[in-house]
Each structure stands twice: as structure tokens, then as C-alpha cells.
Design a protein around this ligand. Structure first.
Ligand SMILES: *Cc1c(COP(=O)(O)O)cnc(C)c1O
Length: 444
């Protein structure tokens, strides 16, 4: 793959000395003037004195990105193998996306949904085309993944009657932090402090067709599933399960809602992960993360006329959702992904990474598709591995005590991926304890 987004600096220098930062721009100087220059330590002190503590202490203070690389306030360079959690599909500061966003902002930035704009209409049409949605399908734009799920929950409610109130989701599911999305999310630690949550949601065992068959009846309004559970450590549902989910929901009059917030927008080498399974067309699909290439935007896609008319005029809305800048960002992102062969690259480099991980000592399981990858370590040292990886110049993520997730930009090159595979044994060496190779594998 070659495009204008090749990182400005060759990756491989991980020392904190001699910051290899690209030249400062005037915008960068302005931001520095607005924020006031500080060292990384000062920024972290100011952070803990001003930000709500929900995210804990940030791992680094980042100041710049280019392609798949980012730089911190102390000048250290990192290969970003998390991509802002599956968001930076085209890496950082992609020239085309940046220029489309800035020119749209300089032309018309926000207008409210009393009005529409060309990028809004064009992005909706583009999403319908990429999802091969049938006649009558529609799009609702949001600003985040959770909001796309909120819209989906409201859609499910509109498919409800007094006898049809149940919404099914899966163990391990992550659908977001707002109250409706949280009701669908399975993790107790996320849910418990905020109960009561909107009711009617039941969680079923993961990838268990018998359990689904037993749970389905005319009282189910919707089944909400991720084709690949990202936050649970990159766990793909089987093709058989997705087919059964499609058949059973159709049979019982329930909506099949696919949450592709993390797995969508080319990440698996297909526009949407469910497109790997023939015959599985959802009733609705939620999108966000990669859609804006780093600019906040989400969407609910409703499939077919019947589903698309469940929610009518005045029944849902958003002030920011679908504004000209966000939708221009989405259009630019999809265009750049399409014209640079990024999906093919995601397949190829993802396969290369999985092959390398599978033969790395200390890695006991590898999962995923394209550039959404999870792997299990031979002990509960994933958080320590994340720290060691940072020190070695790589951004990775622990989704559990023994599980690492990679969700890098889809423009990651094989050479960049190889630098990580080369460094990983050393990273794991520093965190593995002698007993790890014989210790029990932690549950996903
Ligand atoms: C991240 C995520 C969400 C929530 O998106 P936010 O933009 O953080 O609100 C929902 N569903 C899935 C599958 C996700 O990965």
C-alpha cells in the first residue's frame, strides 16, 4: 500500500532522547499558547486536579501523531497499535481527512437538524451502499457509539407491545456507558453502581445456539449482538450463531441488531464484520469508532422500509448528530479507505500479525479478524505487558488480566507490524514470572 499517509518518521526509534517530532506547525504553536507549556509530569498533575477520575491516571501525555505513530510530551515515539480504540482507521493526521474536515469547517460547521447539508446526505447514501441495505433503508447519525445504541434501544422499544418487551444481549457484551447502552452491557462492575437500568434486558451465554433457541419467543423485541466482542478480548461469534440469530429473530418477529461500532468500517477487511457470513442481513446496525477516522460520529442504519419506519418524526433526535463537519469526516474516511486498499491491507497485515503472535512464546491463544486482534498470555500479566510495551515504544491494550487487544490503523504496514512482533518476546520476558508457563490461563 502506498499513499500520502506514510509516517513522516521511520518507526523503530523508541528512545525518549532526541525527539523525532515533525516540524511544528503554526496551529500547534497556537494550541501550545492556549494550553500553556508543561512537562508530562506537570500535565498529569494538572489532569488529576481537573478531570473526573473515571479513566484513572493516563498512561502518557500525547501531543502529536502522524500515520501510525504518536509522540508524547517528553518526545518519545510510539507505534500506535490501538488506534484510539479502533477509531483512527487511517492513522493520525491523515492529510486527506484533515483537509476535508478543515475545509468543511471553514465553509459550514454546524446547522442543527432543522436543516440538512450535502455531506450528511452523501454519507447516509454511502453507508447504505456499503452495507448493501435493501430499498427503504435509512440512517440516523449520532456523535458516539453509545448514542447509536440508544437509538437502537428506542428502535427495539418501537418493535414492542405489552407482550413483546424482552431485549436479549450476550454475556461479555459491551455496548456503551449511557443508561440504555449500559443495560445491554453485561459487565457487573459497569452496571451495578448505576442500577436501576432500563429494564427488559436479559443476557444469554456467548455463542450458544441452544440457549438462544430456548430464549426466543414472541415476547422478544430485539436481539443485540456484536459479531466480534471487542471489549471482551476480541471474541468472534461463530458463523452458525449469526445465521441462527438471523433465522430465529425473523421467525419470532424480533429485530436482529448488530453492534458493529468496533468491528465495522473495514476493520476486519470487510466493511462490516457480519458480511463474512452469507445471508446475514441485520434489521439494524450500529456504527461509530472508525467511521469519522478520529472525528466523533456514530450511526444507526435501519434495514428495509418496515424497520426504518418504526421510529417516526419527532420520536428521536440529536443537536450535533450528523452535522456537516462530522459527516464530511465520515465521507473522507470512507473514501480514503476505499481508494487506498486499506481493507485489503487490514486483512493481509492482520493475518501476518496473527501468524507471528501464534508462534510467540508466552502467547497461548490468538483471535480476531483483520486488524481486530486479541491474544491471551500465559499468566495474568497483560497490564504489566502494556506498561512494558509503552516503555519499548508500542501502544497496546489489556482487555483483561491475561488478554491483549490490538486495533491499529488499517494502514499499518507489515514492516511496522514486524517491529512489534520482534519486540514482543523481550516485552513479555520482562513481565513473565517463572511460574507463568505452568499457571492456569485466566478466563476471557
Ligand atoms: C466502543 C463501543 C461502544 C460505545 O461507543 P462509545 O463511542 O464509547 O460510546 C458500543 N459498542 C461497541 C461494540 C463498542 O466497541
Amino acid at each position: 500500500m502506498s499513499d500520502a499517509n506514510t509516517p513522516a518518521t521511520t518507526h523503530g526509534r523508541h528512545s525518549a532522547a532526541g525527539p523525532p517530532t515533525p516540524d511544528a506547525t503554526s496551529a500547534d504553536d497556537t494550541v501550545r499558547a492556549l494550553t500553556g507549556g508543561s512537562s508530562a509530569a506537570d500535565w498529569l498533575a494538572r489532569y488529576s486536579g481537573s478531570l473526573l477520575g473515571v479513566f484513572g491516571t493516563p498512561q502518557r501525555v500525547l501531543v502529536r501523531g502522524s500515520g501510525c505513530d504518536v509522540w508524547d510530551a517528553d518526545g518519545a515515539q510510539y507505534l500506535d497499535l490501538l488506534g484510539g480504540i479502533a477509531v483512527n482507521a487511517l492513522g493520525h493526521a491523515h492529510p486527506f481527512v484533515t483537509s476535508v474536515i478543515t475545509s468543511q469547517l471553514a465553509t459550514l460547521g454546524h446547522i442543527s437538524n432543522f436543516f440538512t447539508s450535502p455531506p450528511q446526505v452523501a454519507l447516509a447514501e454511502k453507508l447504505l451502499a456499503l452495507s448493501a441495505a435493501p430499498e427503504g433503508s435509512r440512517v440516523f447519525f449520532t456523535n458516539s457509539g453509545a448514542e447509536a445504541l440508544e437509538a437502537a434501544v428506542k428502535l427495539a422499544r418501537r418493535n414492542s407491545t405489552p407482550e413483546r418487551q424482552r431485549i436479549l444481549a450476550l454475556d461479555g457484551a459491551f455496548h456503551g456507558r449511557t443508561m440504555g447502552a449500559l443495560a445491554l452491557t453485561s459487565k457487573e462492575a459497569y452496571r451495578r453502581p448505576f442500577e436501576p437500568l432500563p429494564g427488559g434486558v436479559e443476557h444469554l451465554p456467548f455463542d450458544d445456539i441452544d440457549a438462544l433457541t430456548a430464549a426466543m419467543d414472541a415476547g422478544v423485541a430485539a436481539l443485540v449482538i456484536e459479531p466480534i466482542q471487542g471489549e471482551a478480548g476480541v471474541r468472534p461469534l461463530s458463523a452458525e450463531y449469526l445465521r441462527a440469530a438471523r433465522d430465529l429473530t425473523r421467525q419470532h418477529g424480533a429485530l436482529l441488531i448488530l453492534d458493529e461500532v468496533q468491528s465495522g468500517i473495514g476493520r476486519t477487511g470487510r466493511w462490516f464484520a457480519h458480511q463474512a457470513v452469507d445471508g446475514v442481513v441485520p434489521d439494524a446496525m450500529t456504527l461509530a469508532k472508525g467511521l469519522g477516522g478520529g472525528f466523533p460520529i456514530g450511526a444507526l442504519v435501519t434495514f428495509g422500509e418496515e424497520v426504518s419506519t418504526l421510529i417516526g418524526a419527532g420520536q428521536h433526535g440529536s443537536t450535533f448528530g450528523g452535522n456537516p463537519v462530522a459527516t464530511a469526516a465520515g465521507l473522507a474516511t470512507l473514501h480514503a479507505l476505499e481508494t487506498t486498499g486499506a481493507l485489503r491491507n487490514a486483512s493481509d497485515v492482520g493475518a501476518f500479525l496473527r501468524r507471528g503472535l501464534a508462534v510467540t512464546e508466552g502467547v497461548v491463544a490468538v483471535r480476531g479478524d483483520g486488524l481486530l486482534i486479541g491474544f491471551d498470555l500465559d499468566g495474568d500479566h497483560a497490564p504489566a505487558a502494556v506498561q512494558a510495551a509503552l516503555d519499548a515504544g508500542f501502544i497496546i491494550n489489556a482487555t483483561g488480566p491475561a488478554t491483549i487487544r490490538l486495533a491499529p490503523p488499517l494502514i499499518l504496514t507489515q514492516e511496522q507490524a514486524a517491529t512489534f512482533l520482534d519486540a514482543l518476546p523481550g516485552i513479555l520476558d520482562t513481565v513473565r514470572t517463572p511460574t507463568d508457563s505452568t499457571s492456569q490461563e485466566a478466563p476471557a
